[in-house]
Design a binder for this molecule. Structure first.
Ligand code: AHR
Length: 675
């Protein structure tokens, strides 16, 4: 028989809610403070473990996120084939130095030594050091401005690699200069006899900058008459994240989110407008010089594919995040492969899995090993296609992929594009993609999206979510708060939502194809949008324990409580997160049940708020931290505490658990802090 006893927490709730009814009624429509109560049962036995991989990131090659962004390569269109394999090719943004009629002519031919990218640049120099047509003192040649300017920094070193051949001896200056070529930041002359460069020859130069300029360019110039061919010209900073070619400060922003997985490389980028332009992993591995590159026809730009499949796996490993590989399922936006013909695509996927985790002596694993990574990568998740469920051949194709992958790799988790909210799944899957781009108001209400969903079957992978539309601007506080409420709902429902990530992650401010985004950058600057900072509040959620909590009233508030462990120092915290999505200050009474007396440490507990003077406030290069989390010691940390929630805010209360012999110096508490 059930007990008739009313739990203490319920009594408390009734008492507080009852006593709050009158002021609440009075406060409707005016600016008076509102009151609310949050009851938390901190007993971990009654809580539920949150999946280890709940929160991660989604990298898509959109907005020049990778080429001209995360991938540190400074040269854009290093193989001169942005126009594809035919000639004349598109050499943009390479440009000429000198007078095109009198001092040099440029053309492309198909004489490269690289089989998969035959296009090379042919530069015929008409002027000379002597005679009637003297070259200008600075020489003539070509320059590459990179992706809207190269960020060259004083004292740093840059490795330039290029392939060259010539009709005679050469003396080519390889220089980093300011935007108009007048200021030289670093230079080195490549001098070679005809014998040395009669056939394609690789040259390597390390340049150390003697000054800084975020808008620099790479120049190849000469004053000697003759014909010189160039191909595969690369300039990389010597310092990259873990030496793996990633732009460090951008990866630092990712590492700071403590992502548990990375979904890559798209999005629509994976599909392509047409299959011929889709991302195909085999064309993105091996030596960079031999990668053909491709035109991403959804986001409309060329990528040299220096950031390829291997590099994505490497990045995942470097961040301690699990890779989630999305591959093309034989379907693009406009064309698709019939299920009867899809087996070559299935084989391509199987080969890709073998590349990631096969033995170093396997066919594809050996190529990974040759690239410097004999150990397998920890690939456990693959997603078949992107937003393709409604396409005619998706389900048929999916089943072929699913069966073949599960047969070869039974442990791999497979993600379907078919959202089981809209229709019952008619095929097997471990996870289903759930994408949501909507208004702030709607996103806030979606905090309860999964509350009443079926607890059986494939689990949700919220693989793209963001507040978009007019009221999102380029990423503002309003959007971030609504998203935080949605994430709190995901935490609460993490028994049926296993993974979630925001989209898109990056935007190079010079090529905004999609807004808002989490991280904005140009060649030398970067900042997180409020949506980025909101994600910081969830960094400790994966692997934590979600506790039972009750909020009254809950119209403009959404809250959750978790118990998380700081693995660095063994401390544990009760973290309460609350979004106040209303324009009133809320006086909140927090009552925590299920803790030992005196088990909350005053010193070491803290409060972190994300809010701003205006709901529409955004960050910018000028004010990169206008909207960002603000942390303070929590002076009244206790099991029973009255706190104030600012209008339109996200607040986290971290209550340090433990006995009083835990170090409590204020500096300690800050160093322990996760924000
Ligand atoms: O995140 C931007 C795009 O939105 C993704 O490429 C696509 O999956 C979605 O439609």
């Amino acid at each position: 028989m059930g007990s008739c006893k009313v739990p203490y927490s319920v009594l408390l709730l009734c008492f507080y809610v009852g006593s709050l009814l009158v002021p609440q009624c009075l406060s409707i429509g005016d600016d008076a403070n509102q009151t609310a109560v949050l009851l938390v049962n901190a007993s971990e036995a009654l809580g539920r473990p949150i999946p280890e991989t709940l929160f991660g990131i989604f990298f898509e090659e959109i907005n020049h996120a990778g080429a001209g962004g995360l991938w540190a390569e400074l040269v854009s269109n290093r193989g001169f084939e942005a126009g594809g394999p035919d000639i004349p090719s598109n050499i943009d943004p390479w440009s000429i130095i000198g007078d095109e009629d009198s001092s040099l002519t440029l053309s492309t031919d198909r004489s490269s030594c690289f089989e998969h990218n035959k296009v090379a640049l042919r530069m015929e120099v008409l002027c000379d050091t002597e005679g009637t047509n003297i070259c200008p003192a600075g020489g003539v040649g070509i320059y590459n401005p990179g992706f809207w300017g190269m960020n060259i920094e004083k004292g740093k070193k840059y490795k330039v690699v290029l392939y060259v051949r010539s009709s005679g001896a050469i003396n080519v200056s390889v220089s980093l200069t300011g935007p108009n070529g007048l200021e030289t930041l670093a230079t080195h002359d490549i001098i070679a006899s005809f014998c040395d460069v009669a056939t394609w020859t690789k040259m390597e130069v390390v340049l150390e900058a003697n000054a800084s300029n975020p808008n620099s360019r790479l120049q190849l110039t000469t004053t000697i008459k003759g014909v010189i061919w160039f191909d595969q010209v690369s300039a990389m900073p010597m310092e990259t994240y873990k030496g793996h070619g990633f732009r460090s400060e951008l990866v630092d922003m990712l590492a700071d989110l403590k992502p548990k997985f990375i979904r890559f490389p798209g999005g629509c980028f994976v599909e392509g407008e047409w299959l011929r332009n889709a991302f195909r992993w085999k064309a993105t591995i091996g030596p960079w010089e031999e990668r053909p590159g491709h035109f991403g026809d959804v986001w409309m730009y060329w990528t040299d594919d220096g950031l390829g499949y291997f590099e994505f796996l490497q990045l995942s490993e470097d961040l301690g995040a699990l890779p989630v590989w999305v591959f093309n399922s034989g379907i693009s936006h406009n064309d698709q492969v019939n299920t009867s013909n899809v087996m070559p695509f299935v084989q391509e996927a199987l080969d890709g899995i073998e590349f990631a985790r096969g033995y170093p002596n396997s066919t594809w694993g050996s190529i990974r090993a040759a690239m410097g990574h004999p150990e397998p990568f920890d690939l456990r998740h693959v997603a078949l296609g992107n937003e393709d469920c409604g396409k005619k051949n998706y389900r048929g194709n999916y089943v072929k992929f699913y069966n073949a992958i599960k047969r070869a790799y039974p442990d791999i988790k497979i993600i379907t594009n078919c959202n089981r909210f809209s229709q019952k799944l008619d095929h097997p899957a471990d996870f289903y993609d759930y994408h949501v781009y909507t208004s702030a108001k709607d996103m806030f209400s979606l905090a309860h999206r999964f509350d009443h969903a079926s607890r059986n079957g494939a689990k949700a992978f919220v693989s793209e979510y963001a507040v978009t539309r007019n009221n999102a601007g380029k990423g503002n506080l309003l959007a971030a708060l609504a998203e935080a409420a949605f994430l709190i709902g995901i935490e609460q429902n993490s028994d049926i939502v296993s993974m979630a990530c925001y989209a898109p992650l990056f935007v190079n401010d010079n090529d905004r194809r999609w807004s808002p985004d989490a991280i904005v950058f140009n060649s030398s600057q970067l900042y997180g949008t409020p949506s980025y900072w909101a994600q910081h509040f969830f960094r400790e959620s994966s692997s934590a324990t979600i506790l039972h909590s009750t909020l009254q009233p809950n119209t403009s508030l959404v809250a959750s409580a978790i118990m998380w462990n700081n693995t660095d120092d063994g401390t544990s915290y009760l973290r309460i997160k609350i979004v106040n999505f209303g324009n009133n200050t809320v006086n909140l009474k927090i009552r925590v049940d299920g803790l030992e007396p005196n088990s909350i440490q005053l010193s070491g507990s803290n409060k972190t708020e994300l809010t701003s003077g205006n709901l529409m406030d955004e960050n910018s290069f000028k004010e990169p931290k206008k909207v960002n989390p603000n942390q303070n010691p929590l002076e009244n940390a206790s099991k029973d505490m009255d706190v104030v929630l600012l209008p339109y805010s996200l607040t986290a209360f971290d209550l340090l658990k433990g006995s009083s012999n835990i170090r409590t110096a204020r500096t300690d508490s800050f160093s322990r802090s996760s924000f």
